[in-house]
Design a protein around this ligand. Structure first.
Ligand code: IMP
Ligand code: MG
Length: 180
């Protein structure tokens, strides 16, 4: 069973639900009278995106993009590539980039730069998890769910080697699973 590979549960389903609702209230307050476009960075943020967008009571459109920076390991390569671009034009739109986790910052600093060049009306970052200890590139975060210690976490969309995304909670993966 998947649970055997988990060292410790950090955030239960209930805690995640509560925090997602709080972030949604912050976004509603900040974007009153505006239409927002949520951009989910695949694949890690797909569950957070699905829950967050349903908690936001504002006119809202969604789009998805995919970047690769990690392969199947647990440390960032620093090399970032767009593997699936947006379907929509973001010019003049109020963009919120929705990420699962901000770690070294390599992925997001690159991604935000690319999106800024497309002239959105505004752009903000919403990350469910923030691991500040491992930051290499500075990234401005507007909405953050939880700050976590330097451990490899899985569940609620986050994977190790494409597995564990379907765990309903977020937990620390046992180091022996990835040979750490
Ligand atoms: P960064 O470029 O180092 O900030 O890495 C960002 C990406 O690495 C995230 O979007 C995740 O896909 C992945 N990542 C970083 N830390 C973890 C973790 O603890 N568990 C699962 N994926 C992670
Ligand atoms: Mg990700």
């Amino acid at each position: 069973m998947l649970e055997q590979d988990i060292q410790e549960i950090l955030f239960s389903e209930e805690q995640l639900k509560t925090r997602v609702a709080e972030i949604a209230r912050e976004i509603e307050r900040d974007y009153q009278g505006k239409e927002v476009m949520l951009i989910s960075v695949l694949r890690g943020s797909f569950i957070f995106m699905a829950d967050l967008c349903r908690a936001i009571d504002l006119p809202c459109t969604l789009d998805f993009m995919s970047v690769s920076s990690y392969g199947s390991g647990t440390t960032s390569s620093g090399q970032v590539q767009i593997t699936k671009d947006l379907s929509e034009d973001i010019t003049g739109r109020h963009i919120i980039v929705v990420e699962d986790i901000l770690d070294s910052g390599n992925t997001l600093s690159y991604l935000l730069k690319i999106l800024e060049h497309r002239h959105p009306a505004s752009i903000r970052l919403c990350t469910l998890l923030d691991k500040p200890d491992r930051r290499v590139k500075p990234v401005e975060v507007h909405y953050s769910g939880f700050t976590i210690p330097d451990a490899f976490v899985v569940g609620y969309g986050l994977d190790y080697a494409e597995k564990y995304r379907n765990l309903p909670y977020i937990g620390i993966l046992k180091p022996q699973v990835y040979g750490g």
